[in-house]
Design a protein around this ligand. Structure first.
Ligand code: SF4
Length: 511
């Protein structure tokens, strides 16, 4: 039986709209309905009484509005390869890919999200403007400007938008753009609960934003500094709101467990379960130091059997290099605590190819896995690895990757040795990660190259042939080490703590 979506806000359907707009998600609707940031943004605009907003996804079959009826289209851009789906959505509605080819009959099109906040340059041919950083507040201002000036030309509206902090307009003379950092005054949550969502009927709420750990490779940390916590009372109130409508809740935050009252939040949920309330709770990956009996007790009571633990590197030496100060005895202690609490297993997450990594670091990862496996028989451990991708605005932005063949050899070795131990392991594709690195350190020469990749199917071969065709020296973007004094294409994006700090930090970590 099909159940209706639950809207946790007043969906005003009797509007007198001054502006119609689309918010576009570059993926299927099931993913959009599990995307906290996307849904929250949608809700904030949907609550405006004079704006009609409709969300569209890659699998949207029909729309309420036609292109000619729209004043604005906003895309969320979360993953480097999202451009492929964005292009297919634009073409589906007959919209030219390049902004300079779009006339006044096509609405203004913008993008926001972590990928473009870190480095929007590879995509500058395709969007009229970008929002850099936390978009919650500026989105409303953007919509208001578009609404109040809907009779003006696009270039006139862009001129007005250029006065907003956090808005970058590629067609206007180059200027610095400051990343927006929102002061979090309210706990954000998924305002639509849906059975069609990827995480079915799950109420997701944000408990913390950012991570103060500042691992050398981690864009999620540097892009979201400073670490911010939602107020305890607000978190509890929001959990209660979610529980009025569903039994499934997910707590979100890169450094969730650093919340000063995280134990108390877990305790609140645990008490409810003890009183007989059925709750399924999940959490985003936890830090080792969060593996406390109090937290695990709640996770087990709410149905979690396994959790993901990011240890990033196998040796203490390399963990120190990446700024993850985590000693082996802490990892063993976390496993011990988990076994005692009744968890069934851990999935460890790590990275290969990090700067300064040697064969010894890989062997130490295997040795660690062996020690855990031997000591805790019956406790299920598995490993997931990705390969290092240099990200702008991090201390490792100057470091190139190892060659794909070296990384593939490391992956094969790891798989073989882990299989010998009977441990399940997955490793991301080094070939795909290579192109992710190219995009991540790319610049404004990429426009035609990206279109060609898209036109030829968006697979690995398409990237390779398009790079050749458009003289994109992909090794330069993915593999080369850059000197610290090099001017980087994305330097104009002003993200604190800033380049000087990153240089010092990079030297301190890698030596
Ligand atoms: S602990 Fe995780 S989220 Fe925090 S900086 Fe390190 S990798 Fe990023």
């Amino acid at each position: 039986m099909k159940t209706a979506d639950i809207y946790l806000y007043n969906k005003n359907i009797h509007k007198y709209p001054d502006l119609n707009m689309w918010m576009a998600f570059p993926g299927p609707e099931s993913f959009a309905l599990s995307s906290l940031g996307f849904l929250w943004m949608f809700k904030s605009i949907d609550e405006m009484k004079d704006v009609n907003i409709e969300y569209i996804c890659s699998d949207t079959a029909s729309t309420q509005y036609k292109i000619q009826e729209l004043g604005l289209i906003g895309f969320s851009f979360t993953f480097d390869t999202d451009f492929l789906t964005i292009f297919s959505i634009l073409e589906k509605y007959g919209i030219p890919l390049k902004s300079e080819e779009r006339g006044e009959e096509v609405p203004l099109i913008f993008a926001g999200g972590p990928v473009v906040s870190a480095n929007l340059l590879p995509y500058s041919d395709f969007f009229d403007f970008f929002i850099v950083g936390d978009g919650e507040d500026v989105n409303i201002k953007v919509v208001n400007i578009c609404k109040e000036n809907k009779d003006k030309s696009k270039s006139e509206i862009l001129k007005l938008l250029s006065n907003l902090e956090g808005v970058y307009i590629p067609s206007q003379p180059a200027k610095k753009v400051k990343k927006l950092t929102k002061k979090l005054e309210e706990c954000i949550y998924t305002p639509i609960i849906s059975e069609r969502a990827f995480f079915k009927n799950t109420f997701i709420l944000e408990v913390a934003r950012g991570c103060a750990n500042r691992c050398g490779f981690c864009l999620a940390s540097y892009l979201n500094l400073p670490l911010r916590f939602m107020h305890y009372e607000d978190v509890i109130k929001t959990i209660e709101l979610g529980l009025e409508h569903t039994d499934k809740i997910a707590l979100l935050g890169a450094q969730l467990s650093a919340h000063p009252q995280f134990n108390k939040i877990c305790e609140h949920i645990y008490e409810k379960v003890k009183e007989g309330r059925e709750i399924e709770m999940s959490v985003s990956s936890l830090r080792v130091d969060a593996i406390t009996p109090e937290i695990l007790k709640t996770l087990v009571a709410t149905g979690q059997k396994n959790i993901t633990l990011a240890i990033e590197a196998g040796s203490e030496r390399l963990r120190k290099v990446i700024n993850k100060h985590l000693e082996e005895h802490q990892i063993m202690q976390a496993v011990e605590t988990a076994v005692e609490a009744g968890l069934k297993g851990f999935k460890f997450y790590g990275m290969i190819g990090l700067p300064t990594e040697t064969q010894n670091d890989i062997d130490e990862m295997i040795a660690l896995a062996k020690r855990i496996k031997e000591k805790y028989k019956g406790f299920n451990i598995s490993f997931g690895f990705s390969t290092f991708v240099p990200k702008p605005h991090t201390p490792f932005q100057w470091f190139g990757r190892e060659s794909t063949s070296v990384l593939e050899n490391k992956a094969t070795y790891l798989k073989k040795e882990m299989h010998k131990l009977g441990i399940e392991i997955s490793v991301s594709s080094a070939k795909w990660d290579y192109w992710q690195a190219v995009l991540s350190r790319g610049d404004n020469t990429f426009g035609d190259f990206l279109i060609d990749v898209y036109r030829n199917g968006g697979k690995l071969g398409a990237f390779k042939s398009a790079a050749k065709k458009y003289n994109i020296n992909s090794d330069y973007y993915a593999l080369e080490n850059y000197p610290y004094n090099k001017e980087l294409p994305w330097d104009f994006i002003d993200i604190r703590p800033g380049k000087e700090f990153l240089i010092e930090e990079s030297k301190r970590l890698v030596g």
